[in-house]
Ligand binder design. Structure first.
Ligand SMILES: NC(=O)c1ccc[n+]([C@@H]2O[C@H](COP(=O)([O-])OP(=O)(O)OC[C@H]3O[C@@H](n4cnc5c(N)ncnc54)[C@H](OP(=O)(O)O)[C@@H]3O)[C@@H](O)[C@H]2O)c1
Length: 367
């Protein structure tokens, strides 16, 4: 029985809180040795009181990234959970890999932006990239021990967000308050807005492409409003495996920590009699263009996924500040993508430059 010594980057966020819950639930298997917050010192102090041995770091300020890198490379750590919103976790993730540590990735943005670089570095160092996003964790479980040549399609499930049934004409009037009411998951603000635009699922398509080394054409999305089936894999014989559980991020976090083993916990089991039915429907790709934009970015590759991700981050922040409309999020992303000349086979420097360019371009378009 192996105990994992875990650093949590972004310990004060929604994933960070769930990860601390997992650590309390399976103390024989998970010990928290480091935690970061960006600016919420009080919440980090409280977390530190709960896990007194853990080293703490605040990542805002000029030396912030260095502090994250220091935590990510702590000699006593063997797994680093990247639970930072946006792309701030990229450098610490690469540093953790270089230091020979496995990483558990909740921050899908870093795989969208630099999936090739992260997965390539992990392969070279022989460390594991464990998916925490519930969909990718589900696919990871379904693929376990199977030959990737046997896979026909990865099928990501999407809740459809709060506007699944809204007429397209009403989307122009969506407010941040309405977008922040997710039907099934309770998450941080950015990912909740991403779930409402379906950019979250678009980012996840690109994330899946890198995590599982499949081309975009074999990554599909199906809307499943109950969020009980977390994703599925279809094999070449048309058999489909799915992973199901109650809607709680503690499940994928625990599996990333205890992998390849399973251990009992206090999480609730599914009650199929109460569930009664599971629904599936095709996503409204014309009304929510995020999925097509993500497919275009993922198929083109190079610097385009980083551009999509950066423009989306800027636009979501503007929407949350009420500086732009809800449809302006995808309209801005599309315009910035159209103005970008993607650099094929881009290295990390080109990707970072594209990210900076896209943020500036999106800001100019929005303000
Ligand atoms: N929430 C979920 O259920 C869920 C599910 C799947 C995937 N994810 C992914 O997990 C990541 C975290 O999501 P979340 O919902 O937990 O976000 P969140 O609740 O907003 O928390 C974000 C965490 O990151 C820290 N942070 C914010 N900006 C930072 C920066 N620039 N540099 C370093 N740290 C920073 C925050 O610190 P402060 O508290 O000090 O601001 C906080 O600890 C996202 O990439 C998201 O897509 C989340």
């Amino acid at each position: 029985m192996r105990k994992r010594r875990v650093v949590i980057l972004g310990a004060t966020g929604s994933i960070g809180v769930s990860a601390r819950k997992v650590a309390r639930d399976i103390p024989d298997r998970m010990e928290i040795v480091g935690m970061s917050a960006h600016s919420n010192e009080e919440k980090l102090r409280e977390a530190g009181q709960e896990f007194p041995g853990a080293k703490l770091a605040i990542s805002s300020g000029p030396e912030g990234v260095e502090r994250l890198v220091e935590l990510a490379t702590l000699p006593e750590a063997d797994l680093v959970l990247i639970a930072i919103v946006g792309t701030g976790g990229l450098r610490p993730a690469l540093a953790a890999i270089e230091a020979g540590k496995d990483i558990a990735v909740a921050s899908k943005e870093i795989l969208v932006m630099a999936g090739e670089a992260v997965m390539g570095a992990a392969r070279r160092k022989g460390v594991k990239v464990l998916p925490v996003d519930s969909e990718h964790n589900a696919i990871f479980q379904c693929l376990e021990g199977r030959n990737s040549g046997d896979v026909r399609r990865l099928i990501l499930t999407a809740s459809g967000g709060p506007f699944r049934k809204w007429p397209v004409a009403s989307l122009a009037g969506v407010t941040p308050e309405q977008a922040l009411k997710h039907p099934t998951w309770n998450m941080g603000a950015k990912i909740t807005v991403d779930s409402a635009t379906l950019f979250n699922k678009g980012l996840e398509m690109i994330e899946a492409r890198w995590l599982f080394d499949v081309e975009m054409a074999r990554v599909e999305v199906i809307v499943h409003p109950q969020s009980i089936v977390h994703s599925m894999v279809e094999f070449i014989d048309s058999s489909v495996l799915a992973q199901l559980s109650v809607t709680d991020m503690c499940f994928p976090i625990q599996y990333a920590v205890t992998w390849p083993e399973r251990v009992p916990n206090t999480l609730p089991p599914l009650d199929f009699a109460k569930l009664a039915k599971l629904d599936f429907e095709a996503p409204r790709v014309d009304d929510f263009p995020a999925l097509q934009l993500a497919r275009w970015a993922g198929e083109t590759g190079g610097t385009l996924p980083a551009v999509l991700n950066a423009a989306n981050e800027v636009a979501v922040a503007a929407f949350l500040r009420k500086s732009c409309s809800f449809p302006a999020i995808w309209e801005t992303v599309e315009q910035v993508m159209r103005q970008h000349r993607s650099v094929a086979g881009a290295g990390l420097d080109a990707i970072l430059a594209a990210d900076t360019w896209a943020r500036a371009r999106a800001t100019e378009l929005l303000f």
